[in-house]
Write a protein that binds this ligand. Structure first.
Ligand SMILES: Nc1ncnc2c1ncn2[C@@H]1O[C@H](COP(=O)(O)OP(=O)(O)OP(=O)(O)O)[C@@H](O)[C@H]1O
Length: 230
């Protein structure tokens, strides 16, 4: 059975110890994001947005608590179990596209699927479909350096959802783009989230974009709390 809660953080703790001092970033923090829901993560610099995204994305282990993806607890997984889980259930988009420069847009979207074991043919069909959806059909053979900033980010978003993840995590996905391009890329990402049913957690400093999501959260005293965007 498919869970409606795609991403759950249960009582997650994260502390950084530096010499004598101990910095608490997450303190028994809880969060739930439903399939198809888009949640903005809005918090000041240094509050812990990247830490939260890394923990939710299984790139970093919490000191306590659990991350549950579509009903599957990740707390007891070893490193290779976490890597598999990440590869199969989570997609990432960063501020800078991180596309592989020597590969075309199509190949960049095919790669994660082939790493997962899909055939070249199946991966190419899915990549083409996603790039068409992102209105990049005429650009599939272009390398990243032959694409505009907005096009590069749309390829990066297509790549992030190529393996049909349950969860999409994005760190300032449009932070590097001008306002018009940012809005266009955000609309494309929204359409993809709605169509695929992925649960999205998107860190942004852009209040206009945050308001266009289903809800916003912030970090306060180590907890993840609802936030009204001014
Ligand atoms: N490996 C580490 N060791 C010690 N302290 C760390 C480490 N990583 C992050 N921190 C501290 O934890 C806090 C949260 O960092 P994080 O990168 O999650 O913030 P952020 O909200 O993403 O900030 P920004 O918006 O500036 O990227 C910061 O004060 C940072 O200095």
């Amino acid at each position: 059975m498919t869970e409606t809660i795609a991403l759950r953080l249960d009582q997650v703790e994260r502390h950084y110890v530096q010499g004598e001092s101990r910095l608490t970033i997450l303190d028994r923090a809880d969060m739930r994001i439903d399939a198809g829901e888009m949640v903005a993560l809005v918090a000041p610099s240094g509050a812990g947005k990247s830490t939260l995204l890394h923990i939710a994305g299984l790139l970093e282990k919490p000191d306590a608590g659990d991350v549950v993806i579509n009903g599957a607890s990740c707390g007891a997984l070893d490193d290779s179990g976490r890597t598999d889980m990440r590869r199969n259930t989570i997609g990432f988009v960063y501020q800078f596209h991180h596309l592989l420069p020597e590969f075309s847009a199509l190949e960049n979207v095919m790669l994660p699927q082939m790493i997962r074991g899909l055939t070249h043919k199946v991966a190419a069909e899915r990549a083409r479909e996603l790039l068409d959806y992102m209105r990049l059909g005429p650009r599939v053979r272009h390398r990243p350096s032959e694409l505009s900033g907005g096009e590069q980010q749309r390829v990066a978003i297509a790549r992030a959802v190529a393996n049909n993840p349950y969860v999409l995590l994005a760190d300032e996905p449009t932070g590097n783009l001008d306002p018009t391009t940012s809005s266009y890329v955000f609309d494309a990402m929204t359409a993809l989230v709605r169509q695929s049913g992925v649960a999205a957690l998107i860190a942004t400093h852009n209040h206009d974009l945050a308001r266009r999501m289903d809800r916003a959260v912030t970090l306060r005293d180590g907890k993840i709390v609802d936030h009204i965007v001014a």
